[in-house]
Design a protein around this ligand. Structure first.
Ligand code: SF4
Length: 194
């Protein structure tokens, strides 16, 4: 029996940034090199997770909750697999938390990523996720992201879209914002963009 195709919440965020990034990773031998900026962001991310273990829950406006770190979750039914930075569990409710080293607020791609983790938590742990948190280690701001019906539907639709072009090995259209291509390390492979 063939294994179901699983995509990651991170790939949903990458797909929102540019659909071709995921296509190159999944359907071609082309791999992105890790830039200095990416390495720096990854190291800051780890530092933030270590600091989080010493903090209270006050930034989440929660008084109680069990923290579960680096939670790996897989749901063949959703077609998703991924590792969540942090899940705070309070009774039957749970709150996924993502950390990012950026000075920008969360964009729609970040919200899709966080909501995908919420869908995984609900499907696999039988908990309810009313909202999640997205924390910037640069600005020290914590944003609350509600998992409303619209975001949930958009997340499910994005999963289907990404799975669809990977299964069909069909190159998706480029980003609609060509300015992103100027600094993209995949530019040499996207002959039709600039
Ligand atoms: S060059 Fe542009 S279209 Fe191609 S992967 Fe990069 S951002 Fe996307």
């Amino acid at each position: 029996m063939t294994e179901p195709l699983l995509i990651t919440p991170t790939e949903l965020r990458q797909h929102h940034y540019c659909p071709r990034v995921v296509f190159f990773e999944r359907c071609t031998p082309v791999r992105r090199r890790e830039t200095v900026l990416m390495t720096h962001g990854r190291e800051k991310h780890q530092t933030e997770l270590l600091r989080e273990r010493r903090r209270t829950l006050s930034r989440y406006e929660l008084t109680e909750g069990e923290r579960r770190y680096d939670l790996r979750l897989t749901s063949p039914a959703l077609g998703l697999t991924g590792e969540l930075d942090l899940l705070i569990v309070d009774g039957t409710r749970a709150f996924p938390v993502e950390f990012k080293h950026t000075s920008r607020p969360p964009d729609p791609g970040h919200k899709l990523q966080l909501c995908a983790y919420a869908l995984l938590v609900e499907a696999e742990l039988d908990l309810t996720c009313p909202h999640g948190y997205w924390h910037s280690s640069r600005t020290r701001q914590t944003h609350t992201i509600p998992f409303d019906t619209r975001l949930r539907n958009r997340t499910r639709a994005a999963i289907e879209t990404v799975r669809g072009f990977i299964l069909a090995e069909r190159c998706p259209p480029p980003t609609s914002q060509p300015v992103k291509c100027l600094e993209c390390e995949l530019r040499n492979f996207c002959g039709d963009t600039l």
